[in-house]
Write a protein that binds this ligand. Structure first.
Ligand code: PHE
Length: 339
Protein backbone atom coordinates (compact mmCIF):
# COMPACT_ATOMS: atom_id res chain seq x y z
CA UNK A 1 0.00 0.00 0.00
CA UNK A 2 1.39 3.43 -0.88
CA UNK A 3 2.07 5.86 1.89
CA UNK A 4 -0.66 8.17 0.60
CA UNK A 5 -3.19 5.33 0.92
CA UNK A 6 -1.89 4.54 4.39
CA UNK A 7 -2.32 8.17 5.47
CA UNK A 8 -5.91 8.10 4.23
CA UNK A 9 -6.53 4.81 6.01
CA UNK A 10 -5.22 6.19 9.32
CA UNK A 11 -7.40 9.28 8.91
CA UNK A 12 -10.49 7.14 8.28
CA UNK A 13 -9.68 4.84 11.19
CA UNK A 14 -9.22 7.82 13.48
CA UNK A 15 -12.65 9.19 12.47
CA UNK A 16 -14.39 5.92 13.17
CA UNK A 17 -12.52 5.53 16.48
CA UNK A 18 -13.79 8.95 17.51
CA UNK A 19 -17.34 8.06 16.51
CA UNK A 20 -17.31 4.99 18.69
CA UNK A 21 -15.42 6.76 21.50
CA UNK A 22 -16.82 5.59 24.84
CA UNK A 23 -17.37 8.03 27.69
CA UNK A 24 -15.25 5.84 29.93
CA UNK A 25 -12.39 7.52 31.77
CA UNK A 26 -9.13 7.09 29.85
CA UNK A 27 -10.75 6.21 26.50
CA UNK A 28 -9.49 9.40 24.92
CA UNK A 29 -6.00 8.77 26.31
CA UNK A 30 -5.98 5.37 24.64
CA UNK A 31 -6.77 7.00 21.31
CA UNK A 32 -4.06 9.60 21.92
CA UNK A 33 -1.53 6.80 22.52
CA UNK A 34 -2.73 4.79 19.52
CA UNK A 35 -2.24 7.69 17.09
CA UNK A 36 0.19 10.15 18.67
CA UNK A 37 2.22 7.88 20.99
CA UNK A 38 5.93 7.25 20.47
CA UNK A 39 5.11 3.98 18.75
CA UNK A 40 1.73 5.17 17.44
CA UNK A 41 0.34 5.09 13.90
CA UNK A 42 1.44 8.62 13.03
CA UNK A 43 5.00 7.95 14.22
CA UNK A 44 5.23 4.78 12.14
CA UNK A 45 4.12 6.74 9.05
CA UNK A 46 6.94 9.20 9.71
CA UNK A 47 9.37 6.23 9.85
CA UNK A 48 8.19 5.18 6.37
CA UNK A 49 9.02 8.61 4.96
CA UNK A 50 12.57 7.23 4.48
CA UNK A 51 11.25 4.96 1.69
CA UNK A 52 9.58 7.80 -0.25
CA UNK A 53 11.35 9.11 -3.33
CA UNK A 54 13.35 12.27 -2.56
CA UNK A 55 11.34 14.52 -4.91
CA UNK A 56 8.02 13.42 -3.40
CA UNK A 57 9.19 13.66 0.17
CA UNK A 58 8.38 17.37 0.82
CA UNK A 59 4.81 16.91 -0.47
CA UNK A 60 4.33 13.72 1.56
CA UNK A 61 5.84 15.36 4.64
CA UNK A 62 3.31 18.16 4.37
CA UNK A 63 0.34 15.76 4.07
CA UNK A 64 1.61 13.76 7.01
CA UNK A 65 2.14 16.89 9.16
CA UNK A 66 -1.44 17.94 8.39
CA UNK A 67 -2.68 14.55 9.57
CA UNK A 68 -0.72 14.88 12.77
CA UNK A 69 -1.95 18.39 13.58
CA UNK A 70 -5.57 17.50 12.70
CA UNK A 71 -5.51 14.50 15.03
CA UNK A 72 -3.81 16.55 17.77
CA UNK A 73 -6.41 19.34 17.45
CA UNK A 74 -9.35 16.90 17.55
CA UNK A 75 -8.05 15.11 20.62
CA UNK A 76 -7.18 18.36 22.43
CA UNK A 77 -10.61 19.76 21.58
CA UNK A 78 -12.35 16.73 23.07
CA UNK A 79 -9.95 16.77 26.02
CA UNK A 80 -11.08 20.27 26.97
CA UNK A 81 -14.58 19.03 27.72
CA UNK A 82 -13.12 15.99 29.45
CA UNK A 83 -12.85 15.56 33.20
CA UNK A 84 -9.31 16.87 33.36
CA UNK A 85 -10.19 20.09 31.52
CA UNK A 86 -8.96 22.17 34.47
CA UNK A 87 -5.41 21.30 33.46
CA UNK A 88 -5.57 22.93 30.06
CA UNK A 89 -7.76 25.82 31.27
CA UNK A 90 -5.34 26.91 33.97
CA UNK A 91 -2.39 26.59 31.66
CA UNK A 92 -3.91 29.37 29.52
CA UNK A 93 -3.48 31.93 32.30
CA UNK A 94 -0.47 34.16 31.83
CA UNK A 95 0.71 35.11 35.31
CA UNK A 96 3.23 37.58 33.96
CA UNK A 97 0.58 39.95 32.53
CA UNK A 98 0.14 43.21 34.49
CA UNK A 99 -3.11 43.34 36.54
CA UNK A 100 -6.17 45.46 35.71
CA UNK A 101 -5.83 48.83 37.43
CA UNK A 102 -8.50 49.61 40.08
CA UNK A 103 -9.70 53.15 39.33
CA UNK A 104 -9.20 55.48 42.31
CA UNK A 105 -11.99 57.96 43.09
CA UNK A 106 -11.42 61.72 43.14
CA UNK A 107 -12.06 64.28 45.86
CA UNK A 108 -15.50 65.85 45.40
CA UNK A 109 -15.29 69.42 44.06
CA UNK A 110 -17.26 70.73 47.06
CA UNK A 111 -14.78 69.12 49.44
CA UNK A 112 -11.90 70.60 47.45
CA UNK A 113 -13.30 74.14 47.62
CA UNK A 114 -14.24 73.70 51.28
CA UNK A 115 -10.67 72.58 52.12
CA UNK A 116 -9.18 75.50 50.20
CA UNK A 117 -11.36 78.06 51.99
CA UNK A 118 -10.66 76.48 55.37
CA UNK A 119 -6.90 76.61 54.78
CA UNK A 120 -7.05 80.33 53.88
CA UNK A 121 -8.76 81.17 57.19
CA UNK A 122 -6.54 78.80 59.15
CA UNK A 123 -3.56 80.80 57.87
CA UNK A 124 -5.24 83.95 59.24
CA UNK A 125 -5.52 82.40 62.70
CA UNK A 126 -9.15 81.23 62.63
CA UNK A 127 -10.15 77.90 64.20
CA UNK A 128 -12.69 75.49 62.74
CA UNK A 129 -15.80 74.58 64.75
CA UNK A 130 -18.72 72.33 63.86
CA UNK A 131 -22.31 72.48 65.06
CA UNK A 132 -25.47 70.36 64.84
CA UNK A 133 -27.47 70.19 61.61
CA UNK A 134 -30.65 69.62 63.61
CA UNK A 135 -31.07 72.56 65.95
CA UNK A 136 -33.65 74.55 67.84
CA UNK A 137 -35.44 77.69 66.83
CA UNK A 138 -33.42 79.60 69.44
CA UNK A 139 -29.99 78.92 67.89
CA UNK A 140 -31.06 79.20 64.26
CA UNK A 141 -33.27 82.30 64.63
CA UNK A 142 -34.09 83.78 68.03
CA UNK A 143 -30.52 84.31 69.31
CA UNK A 144 -29.57 85.77 65.93
CA UNK A 145 -32.12 88.56 66.29
CA UNK A 146 -34.45 87.10 63.69
CA UNK A 147 -37.89 88.10 64.94
CA UNK A 148 -41.00 85.92 64.63
CA UNK A 149 -42.33 87.82 61.63
CA UNK A 150 -39.10 87.67 59.60
CA UNK A 151 -39.63 86.09 56.15
CA UNK A 152 -36.70 83.70 56.72
CA UNK A 153 -38.86 81.92 59.28
CA UNK A 154 -41.59 81.31 56.79
CA UNK A 155 -42.46 77.64 56.30
CA UNK A 156 -41.37 78.09 52.67
CA UNK A 157 -37.73 78.27 53.64
CA UNK A 158 -37.31 76.15 56.74
CA UNK A 159 -37.71 72.41 57.23
CA UNK A 160 -39.36 72.16 60.64
CA UNK A 161 -39.26 68.88 62.55
CA UNK A 162 -41.43 70.13 65.40
CA UNK A 163 -42.57 73.66 66.27
CA UNK A 164 -39.26 74.23 67.97
CA UNK A 165 -36.83 71.87 66.22
CA UNK A 166 -35.61 72.37 62.65
CA UNK A 167 -32.92 71.65 60.09
CA UNK A 168 -30.60 74.64 60.31
CA UNK A 169 -30.90 77.11 57.45
CA UNK A 170 -27.40 78.55 57.96
CA UNK A 171 -24.32 77.73 60.04
CA UNK A 172 -24.76 80.93 62.09
CA UNK A 173 -26.30 78.67 64.76
CA UNK A 174 -22.80 77.29 65.41
CA UNK A 175 -21.56 80.78 66.29
CA UNK A 176 -24.21 81.07 69.03
CA UNK A 177 -23.28 77.63 70.42
CA UNK A 178 -19.63 78.66 70.46
CA UNK A 179 -20.14 82.07 72.09
CA UNK A 180 -22.29 80.51 74.81
CA UNK A 181 -19.31 78.42 75.88
CA UNK A 182 -16.34 80.70 75.16
CA UNK A 183 -15.29 84.18 76.21
CA UNK A 184 -13.81 86.56 73.60
CA UNK A 185 -11.54 86.87 71.76
CA UNK A 186 -13.36 84.63 69.25
CA UNK A 187 -11.92 83.80 65.85
CA UNK A 188 -13.78 80.89 64.26
CA UNK A 189 -15.16 79.57 61.00
CA UNK A 190 -18.10 77.16 60.93
CA UNK A 191 -18.37 74.95 57.84
CA UNK A 192 -21.23 72.55 57.27
CA UNK A 193 -24.46 71.51 55.62
CA UNK A 194 -27.54 73.67 55.71
CA UNK A 195 -31.08 73.02 54.48
CA UNK A 196 -33.69 75.18 52.79
CA UNK A 197 -37.10 74.27 51.52
CA UNK A 198 -36.72 75.88 48.11
CA UNK A 199 -37.86 74.88 44.64
CA UNK A 200 -35.09 72.88 42.95
CA UNK A 201 -33.47 74.67 40.04
CA UNK A 202 -30.07 75.22 38.44
CA UNK A 203 -29.35 77.76 41.19
CA UNK A 204 -30.91 76.24 44.32
CA UNK A 205 -31.05 72.87 45.97
CA UNK A 206 -32.75 71.71 49.19
CA UNK A 207 -29.38 71.38 50.88
CA UNK A 208 -26.08 73.13 50.40
CA UNK A 209 -22.89 73.98 52.29
CA UNK A 210 -21.82 77.15 54.00
CA UNK A 211 -18.78 78.52 55.71
CA UNK A 212 -19.49 81.29 58.17
CA UNK A 213 -16.89 83.26 60.07
CA UNK A 214 -17.00 85.16 63.37
CA UNK A 215 -14.42 87.49 64.86
CA UNK A 216 -15.09 89.09 68.26
CA UNK A 217 -12.64 91.20 70.25
CA UNK A 218 -12.45 94.72 71.65
CA UNK A 219 -12.47 97.58 69.14
CA UNK A 220 -12.87 95.48 65.98
CA UNK A 221 -13.52 97.76 63.00
CA UNK A 222 -15.29 97.49 59.68
CA UNK A 223 -11.89 98.12 58.04
CA UNK A 224 -10.66 94.83 59.54
CA UNK A 225 -13.70 93.06 58.10
CA UNK A 226 -12.91 94.50 54.65
CA UNK A 227 -9.21 93.69 54.90
CA UNK A 228 -9.86 90.09 55.95
CA UNK A 229 -12.40 89.37 53.21
CA UNK A 230 -10.38 91.19 50.56
CA UNK A 231 -7.38 88.98 51.40
CA UNK A 232 -9.62 85.92 51.30
CA UNK A 233 -11.00 86.76 47.84
CA UNK A 234 -7.50 87.27 46.38
CA UNK A 235 -6.27 84.00 47.85
CA UNK A 236 -9.23 82.07 46.41
CA UNK A 237 -9.75 83.74 43.03
CA UNK A 238 -6.31 85.18 42.27
CA UNK A 239 -4.35 88.30 43.20
CA UNK A 240 -5.83 90.45 40.42
CA UNK A 241 -9.42 90.12 41.63
CA UNK A 242 -11.08 93.31 42.89
CA UNK A 243 -13.68 93.46 45.66
CA UNK A 244 -16.50 95.86 46.46
CA UNK A 245 -18.94 96.08 49.36
CA UNK A 246 -22.60 97.00 48.89
CA UNK A 247 -24.90 97.92 51.80
CA UNK A 248 -27.31 95.11 52.67
CA UNK A 249 -29.46 93.84 55.51
CA UNK A 250 -29.13 90.89 57.90
CA UNK A 251 -30.93 90.83 61.26
CA UNK A 252 -27.76 89.71 63.07
CA UNK A 253 -25.33 92.32 61.68
CA UNK A 254 -25.40 96.12 61.67
CA UNK A 255 -24.18 97.58 59.41
CA UNK A 256 -24.47 94.75 56.88
CA UNK A 257 -22.94 94.36 53.44
CA UNK A 258 -22.62 92.03 50.53
CA UNK A 259 -19.24 91.52 48.95
CA UNK A 260 -18.76 91.22 45.19
CA UNK A 261 -15.63 90.20 43.32
CA UNK A 262 -14.78 91.47 39.84
CA UNK A 263 -16.05 88.86 37.38
CA UNK A 264 -13.42 86.14 37.06
CA UNK A 265 -14.69 85.14 33.62
CA UNK A 266 -14.60 88.50 31.79
CA UNK A 267 -12.18 90.27 34.19
CA UNK A 268 -14.85 92.86 34.96
CA UNK A 269 -15.72 93.79 31.37
CA UNK A 270 -19.25 92.37 31.54
CA UNK A 271 -20.41 88.96 30.27
CA UNK A 272 -23.30 86.51 30.43
CA UNK A 273 -22.26 85.04 33.78
CA UNK A 274 -22.00 88.41 35.61
CA UNK A 275 -25.11 89.61 33.72
CA UNK A 276 -23.05 92.38 32.08
CA UNK A 277 -22.31 94.02 35.45
CA UNK A 278 -18.66 92.96 35.71
CA UNK A 279 -19.28 91.83 39.33
CA UNK A 280 -20.20 88.55 41.05
CA UNK A 281 -21.83 88.50 44.47
CA UNK A 282 -20.05 86.01 46.74
CA UNK A 283 -20.88 86.57 50.40
CA UNK A 284 -22.81 88.40 53.11
CA UNK A 285 -21.13 90.10 56.05
CA UNK A 286 -21.38 92.81 58.67
CA UNK A 287 -20.58 93.98 62.19
CA UNK A 288 -22.23 91.71 64.77
CA UNK A 289 -25.47 93.31 66.02
CA UNK A 290 -25.35 94.12 69.79
CA UNK A 291 -28.63 92.19 70.15
CA UNK A 292 -26.74 88.97 69.33
CA UNK A 293 -24.24 89.62 72.15
CA UNK A 294 -27.10 90.01 74.61
CA UNK A 295 -28.43 86.53 73.83
CA UNK A 296 -25.06 84.93 74.64
CA UNK A 297 -24.34 87.14 77.68
CA UNK A 298 -21.51 89.12 76.12
CA UNK A 299 -21.30 92.77 77.18
CA UNK A 300 -22.20 94.75 74.00
CA UNK A 301 -20.32 97.78 75.34
CA UNK A 302 -17.14 95.79 75.71
CA UNK A 303 -17.08 93.59 72.61
CA UNK A 304 -17.28 94.28 68.91
CA UNK A 305 -16.81 91.96 65.96
CA UNK A 306 -17.66 90.99 62.44
CA UNK A 307 -19.30 87.97 60.82
CA UNK A 308 -19.56 86.69 57.27
CA UNK A 309 -21.15 83.77 55.48
CA UNK A 310 -20.86 82.21 52.05
CA UNK A 311 -22.24 79.26 50.09
CA UNK A 312 -19.67 76.67 49.03
CA UNK A 313 -21.69 75.54 46.01
CA UNK A 314 -21.72 79.07 44.65
CA UNK A 315 -17.95 79.34 45.10
CA UNK A 316 -17.39 75.99 43.38
CA UNK A 317 -19.74 76.93 40.51
CA UNK A 318 -17.77 80.13 39.94
CA UNK A 319 -14.36 78.54 40.34
CA UNK A 320 -15.05 75.63 37.99
CA UNK A 321 -17.67 77.20 35.71
CA UNK A 322 -20.41 74.71 36.74
CA UNK A 323 -23.82 75.81 35.44
CA UNK A 324 -26.18 73.58 37.45
CA UNK A 325 -25.96 73.22 41.25
CA UNK A 326 -27.70 69.81 41.11
CA UNK A 327 -24.67 68.26 39.39
CA UNK A 328 -22.86 68.33 42.75
CA UNK A 329 -25.46 65.93 44.13
CA UNK A 330 -26.00 63.74 41.06
CA UNK A 331 -23.20 61.27 41.91
CA UNK A 332 -22.49 61.15 38.16
CA UNK A 333 -18.90 59.93 37.72
CA UNK A 334 -18.66 61.65 34.32
CA UNK A 335 -19.04 64.95 36.20
CA UNK A 336 -16.89 63.99 39.19
CA UNK A 337 -14.01 62.62 37.08
CA UNK A 338 -13.33 66.12 35.77
CA UNK A 339 -11.99 67.37 39.12
N1 PHE B 1 -26.26 83.69 57.58
C1 PHE B 1 -26.31 84.43 56.35
C2 PHE B 1 -26.98 83.54 55.30
O1 PHE B 1 -27.15 82.38 55.51
C3 PHE B 1 -24.95 84.82 55.85
C4 PHE B 1 -24.29 85.81 56.75
C5 PHE B 1 -23.50 85.38 57.79
C6 PHE B 1 -24.45 87.17 56.56
C7 PHE B 1 -22.88 86.30 58.61
C8 PHE B 1 -23.84 88.08 57.38
C9 PHE B 1 -23.05 87.65 58.39
O2 PHE B 1 -27.36 84.03 54.26
Amino acid sequence: MSITDQIQKVRAEFSSDLESLSSENGALDQIRIKYLGRKGLVASLFVQMGTVAADERPKMGQVLNELKSDITAEIDGLGNTDSDSSKSATSNIDYTLPGDPIPAGSIHPLTQVMEEIKSIFLRLGFSIVYGPEIDTDFYNFEALNIPRHHPARDMQDTFYITDNVLLRTHTSDTQIHFMENHEPPVRIIAPGRVYRNEDLSVRSYCLFHQIEGLYVDSKVTFAELKGTLDYFARELFGQNVKTRFRPSYFPFTEPSAEMDVSCIFCKGKGCGICKKTGWLEILGCGMVDPEVYKSVNYDPKKWTGFAFGMGIERMAMLKYGVQDIRLFYSGDVRFLRQF
